[in-house]
Design a protein around this ligand. Sequence first.
Ligand code: PEP
Ligand code: MN
Length: 373
Amino acid sequence: MNPILNDIHPLRHWLPNGADFLKISGPCSAETPEQVEEMMQALTKVPGLHYVRFGVWKPRTRPNSFEGNGNPALEWLRDSARRTGLPQMVEVANHTHVEAALKAGIEALWIGARTTVNPFSVQNIADALKGIDVPIFVKNPISPDLPLWLGALERVHASGIRKLVAVHRGFTSYDAHPYRNAARWEIPLQLKGMIPELPVICDPSHIAGRRDLVPEVAQKALDFGMQGLMVESHPNPEFAWSDAAQQLNVRDLNAFWSGLEYASTTGPSAEFNDRLWALRKLIDSLDEDLLNVLARRMEYTREIGQHKADHNITLFQLERWNEILSTRTQRAEELGLDAEFVRTMWMDMHQRGLEIQARAVESARRVEPPVME
Ligand code: PEP
Ligand code: MN
């Protein structure tokens, strides 16, 4: 637990009607006054939405892409908010953005993934937030770096913000994975484990990168107990000026929200449940990691068996086995684990590995019987 961040306001203290789940939607970018108005009008038909998101300053990977309409777009937002009464939020990347957005009556702000990576920028924003009471959402940095995310949250918190929310939007990765950004669920779950009071929500759009994959990522976020979703939607997503592939059609939004299954938690108190939830989710996520690692280890074992078979080498090599057993048990002790427990686990794994290798040898040796006429 991080003692510095122990006084964050729970969602139920600041969302209308004591809600403890944040519903956010809106387009990647505010494109034209007409698109803003169409969007806002459409979202008045989505019940229970807390904020409409709009990108006004867009951090694009390459220059010469659409980089947002800036201050004029804030005017469109303000006019439309007056007509519809829906609260809006925008991304800020420096103190000038913060000042302009607040002046335009924007009700909440978020710090984007490319800004969270830079402590100078986060501090610049945090300084502009001193004495201001607006909800601030901090997206994870694009790199899978929990301390960097935590540091950004601490900087914002240190400027007095207590309506603080972390947004999980996935991480850049060159490893194969089905999404635009690797989800790495264990990272937001570890954050929640460290600061149980901190609301952690998910942005399934930037994880998925494709609109057909958004619902499954959103459902996973709910299964992991995340406390809200920020989902990109657009009146004509195919023609959106940014992130066209991942935005939902705003007309599909009600179906999207009602298609999700919301897990309920029950227990003697909210604090008990929060802590129990956070710890269980950490276990779930670690178990998933353990199983993946185990599967990869077995695959390498099989490859070694194949390699030995190819070169006619005995499967069991005492020297290697003794080395494994002594280094693993020694490391277990260093980590405060019971050495006997780890020894038994490795004996089981080794036994299983030998069986797998034996099968590899057997199939390498197997001579196909001649086909009888
Ligand atoms: C966005 O929300 O449109 C955006 C640019 O997000 P991120 O910072 O997560 O890439
Ligand atoms: Mn986007």
